[in-house]
Design a protein around this ligand. Sequence first.
Ligand SMILES: [Zn+2]
Ligand SMILES: [Zn+2]
Length: 259
Amino acid sequence: MTPSPLPQTNFIEFLGTAGARYVTISQTRASGGIWISFEGTNLLIDPGPGSLIKCLEAVPKLEPSTLDGIIVTHKHIDHCNDINIMIEAMTLGGSKKKGKVFVPQDMLDEDSMLRKYACALPEEIISLKENGDYTLGSISFSTPLRHVHPVETYGLKFRFKERTVSFVADARYSDTMASCYKGDILILNTVLVQPFEHVDHLNIKDAGRLIADIRPQKAILTHFGRELLNKGPETFARQLTGETGIEVIAATDGMMVGL
Ligand SMILES: [Zn+2]
Ligand SMILES: [Zn+2]
């Protein structure tokens, strides 16, 4: 009898792949963010609507009280709707002061989703800045670039033991991106099929350009807008693989990637 595989201990799990408002409000794809576990440190990125439920429903379950930290890349609702409840869950209903919460400075403004009471629960609230370097247990990351997006937004670059993972959060394409996000795994929030005037999001052509310039081992498309989802993210991923010669995959809800 072959032994069943051990559960992965170092992984990235997509708790949602919805991008922008229509896919989020219809929940055609979930919007729970991205969970990273590495060498005993647990981190949640962008807890959008349904993040708590997606953690609890994950198989195996992702226990929110084991979180060591939460990052919000920017204050749009699809990235931070569940921030307060996730802080409560991380801190066992506020009974244990623990964890770090990383947010752009404008998340601390008056009208932000992040409530004042919730700011008092974790060990620390840390403001992200361009070119910042941060450590959370076994995970270290930087924010190499402030993105062109309607609110203060940062992408993330993680350095794990054997590989680097770049996460390009919501952004209008800029020429500086390729040099900022060199890495082995490249995750791209690709909302659009083609450019839309006045919409600061990456489209398929931008994604292709970044993949060709960065040449990661693997690129993962996620955060899909309505048109892209209707036309089939897998088709675009195959197209980009053909154009760049690099493995490009379209993320699905619940997808796990080993680290
Ligand atoms: Zn978004
Ligand atoms: Zn956004």
